[in-house]
Ligand binder design. Structure first.
Ligand code: PRP
Ligand code: URA
Length: 209
């Protein structure tokens, strides 16, 4: 069964509070999402493999470590997932970025796929699917299905806020996928919004609606 990690780093929790605040405007919201994405990238990369190298310092030879060159791929779910990409790339700039375009039908709450463009070697990469919101889990499950259909083997999911319903849905459909969150919230409301959540992430990032 997939594991669920909630990053309780004080900086993540502090910034998430301002992201949630309805008084936070578009510019600040976007900046905060970017910053939290960077902090989450720091946490999610804790288990990246290292290899030993020796390096000559001005004083002596040091036995030291560098990343073992694991290939990573970021897969933002359009459009709100885009808001987290640059923040993650600040720490892992060599990651390739693929895009999965999905929107949630407001009546049925079912995801509708409209765009997929991926790195050609996704089967060799460890992929991180990115979306600020994991509500019913329909969009994340559809994105992960789309990646697996095209050969992806190692997938993680990273979101800011999740509802328990969404976490359970992903765990059930994709037990091989670990989930990384800044917060696990209380529930979904009757319109499929996360409670307390932060509202519509895409609209708040891009100033639409
Ligand atoms: C939001 C959000 C997720 C999805 C979550 O996207 O960014 O992709 O809803 O809901 P779910 O877990 O119930 O599927 P939305 O469909 O509003 O599209 P947008 O990113 O283009 O605003
Ligand atoms: N999508 C969002 O942007 N917010 C929610 O609370 C649920 C789905």
């Amino acid at each position: 069964m997939g594991k669920v990690f909630v990053f309780d780093h004080p900086l993540i929790q502090h910034k998430l509070t301002y992201i949630r605040d309805e008084k936070t405007g578009t510019k600040e919201f976007r900046e905060l999402v970017d910053e939290v994405a960077t902090l989450m990238a720091f946490e999610i990369t804790r288990d990246l493999p290292l290899q030993e190298v020796s390096v000559q310092t001005p004083v002596a030879t040091a036995n030291s470590k560098v990343l073992a060159g694991k290939k990573l791929g970021l897969i933002p779910i359009l459009r709100a997932g885009l808001g987290m990409v640059d923040g993650i790339l600040k720490l892992i700039p060599a990651a390739k970025v693929g895009h999965v375009g999905l929107y949630r039908d407001p009546e049925t709450l079912k995801p509708v796929e409209y765009y997929v463009k991926l790195p050609s070697d996704i089967e060799e990469r460890e992929l991180i699917v990115i979306d600020p919101m994991l509500a019913t889990g329909g969009s994340a499950n559809e994105a992960i299905n789309s990646l697996k259909k095209r050969g992806a083997k190692q997938i993680r999911l990273m979101c800011l806020c999740a509802a328990p319903e969404g976490v359970e849905a992903v765990k059930e459909e994709h037990p091989d996928v670990d989930i990384y969150l800044a917060a696990l919230d209380e529930k979904l409301n009757e319109k499929g919004y996360i409670v307390p959540g932060l509202g519509d992430a895409g609209d708040r990032l891009y100033g639409t609606k």
